[in-house]
Design a protein around this ligand. Structure first.
Ligand code: C2E
Ligand code: CA
Ligand code: CA
Ligand code: CA
Length: 284
């Protein structure tokens, strides 16, 4: 039994070691990803539930590593956050997305289908803790010419709930830039609803875990309905993410959710494909 115990301990530490090595490799590769040109930004459309208008696009980071292949954000974003690399990655995404948005303000690009749409960019809690965030964002807006009212920053509910007073100051500083703010993954974090009133939020994004099963699971439907009604009574727009089929889109529209995002409309796409999609959507 003694031997087994020792073997087990050895096995576990080897496993931990391997995992540590894989992590370290990923971190090393991620450090060089920007300069090696391995990163790109994909864009997912957000459309009006009733109007079927293209309202905006969400920028989502993609990493195609020469060594590791395509790595999903669910794997590299947490590492980027733990190592602080998310600061430079986040700044890179914002700059790329704003510069891209400016190119869309040309009526000959995609038949003008992307002119004036909203541009959503995700912010990490690590970025939110950086006191120079608002100034950095302002610098990107000035450098690219991106008009602030078309930029929307997505912050998750749990980030906003972090009691650090600096978070509250940061949110105020961001709003002073004139950008819009959304709460991402709404319904999954701790909810003290008071913060919805305290912060000047523009949109709630219902988490896709509720939207996904809302037609089959009465609890998910009830939660979705409650979030829509809460949002509306506070004067906020409500977006459903993770809309994968027509029946869900119709139900959300019947519940007066005004904005929809999900694979049913489009997956996140590289620029040329998004432009084709937007052009076709405009014409349909
Ligand atoms: P998120 O901000 O909630 O982004 C939405 C995620 O849902 C995206 O995954 C998108 O591809 C996926 N999605 C969209 N529609 C559907 C649908 O109908 N069904 C399903 N099952 N999924 C759908 P993605 O691109 O893998 O990103 C995952 C997460 O990684 C994002 O979640 C966000 O938290 C983070 N992330 C991605 N890009 C960035 C970035 O530039 N900065 C930061 N801080 N985080 C990012
Ligand atoms: Ca998001
Ligand atoms: Ca989300
Ligand atoms: Ca979720």
């Amino acid at each position: 039994a003694k031997t087994t115990g020792r073997d087990m301990a050895c096995f576990y530490s080897m496993e931990t070691d391997l995992r540590g090595q894989a992590r370290q490799t990923m971190e090393q590769q991620l450090r060089r990803a920007i300069e090696r040109g391995e990163l790109s930004v994909h864009y997912q459309p957000r459309v009006g539930a009733r109007s079927a208008q293209l309202l905006g696009v969400e920028a989502l980071l993609r990493w195609n590593s020469a060594l590791l292949g395509s790595v999903p954000p669910s794997e590299f974003i947490p590492i980027a956050e733990e190592t602080g690399l998310i600061r430079s990655l986040g700044a890179w995404v914002l700059e790329q997305a704003c510069a891209q948005w400016m190119r869309w303000q040309d009526s000959t690009v995609a038949g003008g289908a992307l002119m004036g749409v909203g541009l959503s960019v995700n912010l990490s809690a690590v970025q939110l803790a950086d006191p120079s965030l608002a100034a950095d964002i302002r610098a990107v807006l000035e450098r690219t010419g991106m008009p602030e009212q078309h930029l929307e920053l997505e912050i998750t509910e749990s980030q906003l709930m972090e009691s650090a007073p600096s978070v509250a100051d940061q949110v105020v500083a961001l709003k002073l830039l004139g950008v819009q703010l959304s709460i991402d993954d709404f319904g999954t974090g701790y909810s003290s609803l008071a913060y919805l009133k305290r912060f000047d939020i523009d949109r709630l994004k219902i988490d896709k875990s509720f939207v996904h099963d809302m037609l089959d699971d009465p609890a998910d439907l009830a939660i979705t309905r409650a979030i829509i009604s809460l949002g509306h009574s506070l004067g906020l727009k409500v977006v459903a993410e993770g809309v994968e089929n027509r029946a869900t889109a119709q139900m959300l529209s019947a519940l007066a959710c005004e904005e929809l995002q999900g694979f049913y409309f489009s997956r996140p796409l590289p620029v040329p494909e998004l432009e084709r999609w937007a052009h076709a959507y405009l014409g349909s």
